[in-house]
Design a protein around this ligand. Sequence first.
Ligand code: VAH
Length: 312
Amino acid sequence: MAQNSIEKVLILGAGGQIGTELRGALQARYGWDNVVSTDLKELPESAGRSQVLNAMDGKALDELVHREGITQIYHLVATLSATAEKAPLPSWDLNMQTYFNAVEVARNRGIRKLFWPSSIAVFGPSTPRNPTPQETILEPTTVYGISKVAGELWNQYAYKAWGLDIRSLRYPGLISHTAPPGGGTTDYAVDIFHQAKAHNAYTSFLGAETRLPMMFMEDAIRATLALMDAPADALQHRTAYNVGALDFTPAELADAIRAHLTGFTISYAPDFRQAIADSWPQRIDDSAARRDWGWQPRFDLNEMVRVMLENV
Ligand code: VAH
């Protein structure tokens, strides 16, 4: 892929589940030296150009953006749903202050495009669950979900008031083998592979019939780059886009794993995360993403399971 040398890309939270894979895709697209990966913790050599940055420190962020001549920012910092419920106010502060720091630096330093992930967590018990439309009721019951609704509305405000080109996807549960589970309610669908390979058994913290929308990380990265590549005037939604790929229950996932790992067993011990999952969609209507910027998932359940078991 031809490298676009005029872009200089900054990733905040590059050590997380999405960042661990997104940084490679961005390096391939813009060139190894044109991507700066940052996180609160030191990143491995394999991350390429990187440095420690606390995204809560707006001054340090501004200095880095100015020094490096950054033109695009991918802001991936957040405390996810289950973890945020254990520390609501600090999680709100982290999710929102880092968001405002990124928006402020985008305004002051002429950042061309800013990506900020939203989530199916913006939906709540009053939202239609099957399927969940692009435009619908957003009454989340988690702090993480509330922060994502707030961010989506700020995306729209910043576009209309300041012309900031902020783009966002309501990611479903993301499944990858390159980063460990990150405190999300959907992360049972990541941990199950690690446990299956180690013990041929898994105890699910969600009940057998809990249907959730999911996506393999390769599809999520492709969706992110396709959204960022879309012409600005093609985007009809400036809050965030629904994107879908898969949906399954823990029982269905276990059956798909058992087709590869004979004798794999699953048991169920639902915990506080069951109530979070029960407030979320079961299936996503992503027709707006397919219409506006050509979204098309590639991984089905069996292909995702095959690749995960090969690589975990
Ligand atoms: C979480 N994986 O479970 C995240 C996601 C679909 C929810 O944002 O919190």
